[in-house]
Design a protein around this ligand. Structure first.
Ligand code: HEM
Length: 503
């Protein structure tokens, strides 16, 4: 019995010293009291960006939060965001890869989950030069315009078939899916009637399964010495998933190789760009496949989420909706639809897109970074291996920066231009620095085009009997910020019928 009590006391002592060690050694940012073993895991509310924003009012704009045994530091003001994403950018440019992510990303041989280093620099360069160069973005413009036109045609058909409201997410999801699969793989898996073919269904199942497998499985995922528990019996699911995904990707890659050999023409899609430049850049098959899938997972939901939130705000704020429509009518007229090149002449519409990304950034805490060296932020120690997040959601609602921060007022960007591409640390929906979203310009183009087309072709109102204030504007917590209740609204065509015929 005595021996047993002695062992227990030793264990408690070790845990105590283990927990205290970082505090004795470093000056860590303040934060809520962490419980032994679990830290603040049970205190963090599912809506993390909101929870951290509330805590920052108590503990300040830089906070320590312990998720199990991992130290997370969250910064919530623009000055500290600049320190993270500019001054200490290189030292904070690694990624945290939970075990599931490490397996799916094959140890970070892709881009999104790669640590900062020679591999990352090489792959990121490929992205900048080959996939998101202004030339490539322009060459792929017809895909974006066709897909957005197809969405308008489909909404028009459904709006004239019934006077009821429609669930906008269905249409936005289709544009996002078709645009990204065409951009990346050069394939449209969905027919004009909206039927997804066998390969497309396989593709969707892989995306859904990857999300499921990647979700941290409760407590054990966050406690370093308990992590092995989760892996009992799980390996098979991952092996099967990776084999399925690699099989489908290889088949598509082979189709492309065969087609370009036969025709002698290399197309503009990402898969062709990577395969044709593979030797020059020294890319392994795993890296090419990882990159292609990164684009699918990072690019599919983000654009649709942004447009859904923007449309909800526009239905809640008819004044803004009508002002954007008045600009579209004046610049484009009533006899044709909008093209991407029209955006240049539509400053109010561009401000609407910016304002939506300010209030509703789809990744409100960005993707967490990880320290590859010890640094100081805001005078506090950030030890190596710390996971660092910037609460871009909170910064975009900071009343010391923004006038009436919770109001949807695109005019604020007409009065003073605020860069959205990572140069102004008050507005960071795409991040900033080395790891900024490589698809920033492409995404802004697509979001603005989708909004412009939706507003030009239709008047949008809440369903009969629903007041605009009753629209559920709460978000569904997660890595990406969906609207909790899919937006349901009524489109009323506002252009002459022949414009839709042409669509
Ligand atoms: C409105 C749309 C989008 C928003 C708001 C957005 C936002 C972001 C953010 C915040 C990050 C993390 C930055 C960081 O870690 O510091 C990111 C990374 C990334 N995004 Fe986007 N994104 C959007 C659309 C897209 C699209 C359409 C694609 C691909 C076609 C894409 C591809 C990527 C990739 C590959 C990364 C990882 C970059 C890296 O780790 O170096 N994103 N995005």
């Amino acid at each position: 019995m005595e021996l047993f009590l002695f062992i227990i006391s030793i264990i408690i002592f070790i845990l105590f010293v283990y927990r205290l060690y970082p505090w004795l050694r470093y000056r860590l940012p303040p934060g809520p009291y962490p419980w032994p073993i679990i830290g603040n895991l049970l205190d963090v509310k599912p809506d993390r960006c909101r929870c951290f924003a509330e805590w920052s009012k108590i503990y300040g704009p830089i906070m320590s939060v312990w998720i199990g045994s991992s130290l997370n530091v969250i910064v919530s003001n623009s000055e500290l965001a600049k320190q993270v994403l500019k001054d200490c950018d290189q030292q904070l440019a690694n990624r945290h890869r939970p075990k599931a992510v490490a397996i799916i990303s094959k140890g970070g041989t892709d881009l999104v989950w790669a640590d900062y280093g020679a591999h990352y620099v090489k792959v990121r360069r490929v992205c900048t030069l080959e996939l998101f160069s202004p030339k490539r973005t322009e060459a792929l413009r017809p895909i974006r315009e066709e897909e957005v036109r197809a969405m308008i045609a489909s909404i028009f058909k459904d709006s004239t078939n019934s006077s009821n409201s429609l669930v906008l997410r269905k249409y936005l999801g289709s544009v996002a899916f078709n645009n990204i699969t065409r951009l990346v793989f050069g394939k449209r898996f969905e027919s004009e009637e909206g039927v997804v073919d066998g390969q497309g269904l396989e593709f969707r199942a892989i995306v859904a399964n990857e999300f499921k497998l990647g979700i941290p499985q409760g407590l054990v995922e966050h406690i370093s010495w308990l992590r092995w528990i989760r892996w009992l019996g799980d390996d098979e699911a991952f092996t099967k998933h990776l084999a399925h995904k690699d099989g489908l990707t290889r088949a598509i890659m082979e189709e492309h190789k065969a087609k370009s050999m036969k025709s002698g023409v290399v197309k503009q899609h990402f898969v062709d760009a990577l395969l044709s430049r593979r030797e020059i850049h020294g890319l392994s098959e795993d890296t090419i496949m990882g990159l292609l899938w990164n684009m699918i997972t990072a690019g599919m939901d983000t654009v649709a989420i942004t447009v859904e939130w923007a449309m909800a705000e526009l239905v809640m704020n008819p004044r803004v909706q009508h002002k954007a429509q008045e600009e579209l009518d004046r610049v484009i007229g009533l006899n044709r639809g909008m093209n991407e090149s029209d955006t240049l002449n539509l400053p109010y519409l561009r401000s609407v897109a910016k304002e939506a990304l300010r209030l509703h950034p789809p990744t409100p805490l960005m993707l967490p970074h990880k320290a590859n060296a010890h640094v100081k932020i805001g005078g506090f120690d950030i030890p190596r291996e710390t996971i660092v997040s910037v609460n871009v959601w909170a910064i975009a609602r900071d009343s010391s920066i923004w006038e009436d921060p919770l109001e949807f007022k695109p005019e604020r960007f007409l009065q003073r231009d605020v860069d959205i591409g990572g140069h102004d640390f008050r507005l960071l929906p795409f991040g900033a620095g080395r790891r900024i979203c490589p698809a920033t310009q492409l995404s802004i183009n697509l979001v603005t085009l989708m909004l412009g087309q939706l507003l030009h072709h239709f008047e949008w109102t809440p369903p009969l009997g629903v007041r605009s204030e009753e629209i559920d504007m709460t978000d569904s917590p997660g890595l990406v910020n969906y609207m909790r209740t899919p937006l349901q609204i009524v489109p009323t065509p506002r252009l002459p019928a022949q414009v839709y015929e042409r669509v």
